[in-house]
Design a protein around this ligand. Structure first.
Ligand SMILES: C[S@@+](CC[C@H](N)C(=O)[O-])C[C@H]1O[C@@H](n2cnc3c(N)ncnc32)[C@H](O)[C@@H]1O
Length: 240
C-alpha cells in the first residue's frame, strides 16, 4: 500500500481536490439515515470528504491510521480525529449512526475485519456506507479503455477486496443488509493512457495501454459506486 504519510501533502490535489470531495460527500449524504447524529469516517485521510458531512446536530469523527493524513484532517475537523486502524476501531460498540469508508476497502488484502468492525460500532438501524469495485470504476463505457480492460476486468474484478459481491457477503455475515446505492463522479480524475502508464494501479498494470490511440487525450472521469448496508436490529453486538 502507498505510504500515506508521505502522500499527505499532495493527496487532495492529486485526487480531484475539492470538486471530487463535493461529489463524494453529496453521494454519502444521499445514503445516510435521516437524523444521523454520529458519523464515523473510517480511512478518512485528510478529512476532505468528512468535513463536508458536518451538519448542525451531527458529529463527524475521522479515523485513519496515517498520522500525516490525520494532521490535515485535524486542520479541517479540529479535535474530531482519531488515529486508529479500521480493523480495530477505538470506539465503543453499538453507538454510531453511520460508518463511512470512501476508497478504503480496495487497499486491503481482506475487507472482512473492516466490515465486521463497522458492524460492531453501528447501532441497530445504523448504516455502513462504502465504495466498492474502485479500480473498475475507471473504466467508464463507452471508451477504448473500458474495451481494452474487458478481459482482465472479468478475471480480476471479483478478486478485489472491495468487490461488490464479496463486500455484500461479508456484510450479510455481520448482520448488515443492503440499504441502497449511488454513484459519484471522480471529477478531474479522468486520465490519458500516457498518464495511466506512468502510475498504473492494480490490475490496470496488465493492460497494453501503449496500444491505445490518442495517448495524451484524457478519458472520461471515473464513476465510483457507493453502497449502503443497514445493521439489522436482531444483530447482537459483539462488544469488546
Ligand atoms: C485513498 S485514501 C481515502 C481518503 C478519504 N476517504 C478520501 O476519500 O479522500 C485511503 C485512506 O485510508 C487509510 N487507511 C488505509 N488502511 C487503513 C486501515 N487499516 N485503517 C485505517 N485507515 C487506513 C490511509 O491512511 C488513507 O488515508
Amino acid at each position: 500500500m502507498l505510504d500515506y504519510d508521505r502522500e499527505a501533502d499532495r493527496y487532495d490535489d492529486s485526487r480531484g481536490g475539492e470538486a471530487r470531495a463535493d461529489e463524494a460527500a453529496r453521494a454519502v449524504e444521499r445514503l445516510l439515515p435521516s437524523g444521523a447524529g454520529t458519523v464515523i469516517d473510517v480511512g478518512a485521510g485528510t478529512g476532505i470528504v468528512s468535513t463536508r458531512l458536518r451538519r448542525p446536530g451531527r458529529v463527524v469523527v475521522a479515523v485513519d491510521r496515517s498520522s500525516g493524513m490525520l494532521t490535515r484532517a485535524a486542520g479541517r475537523l479540529g479535535g474530531r480525529v482519531v488515529r486508529g486502524d479500521a480493523t480495530r476501531l477505538p470506539l465503543r460498540p453499538g453507538r454510531a449512526d453511520a460508518v463511512v469508508s470512501v476508497w478504503l476497502l480496495h487497499l486491503l488484502s481482506d475487507a472482512a475485519p473492516v466490515v465486521a468492525e463497522a458492524a460492531r460500532v453501528l447501532r441497530p438501524g445504523g448504516v455502513l456506507i462504502t465504495t466498492v469495485d474502485k479500480e473498475q470504476s475507471r473504466l467508464v463505457s463507452p471508451s477504448d479503455l473500458a474495451d481494452l480492460a474487458a478481459v482482465p476486468r472479468r478475471e480480476h474484478g471479483p478478486a478485489a477486496a472491495d468487490a461488490r459481491e464479496r463486500v455484500t457477503a461479508l456484510a450479510a455475515a455481520s448482520g448488515l443488509v443492503p440499504a441502497g446505492e449511488t454513484t459519484f463522479v471522480g471529477v478531474g480524475q479522468g486520465r490519458s493512457p500516457r498518464e495511466l502508464r506512468g502510475a498504473p494501479a492494480g490490475w490496470l498494470r496488465e493492460l497494453d495501454l501503449a496500444a491505445l490511440p490518442d495517448q495524451d487525450r484524457r478519458r472520461p472521469d471515473p464513476v465510483y459506486t457507493l453502497v449502503a448496508f443497514r445493521r439489522t436490529t436482531s444483530t447482537a453486538s459483539t462488544g469488546r
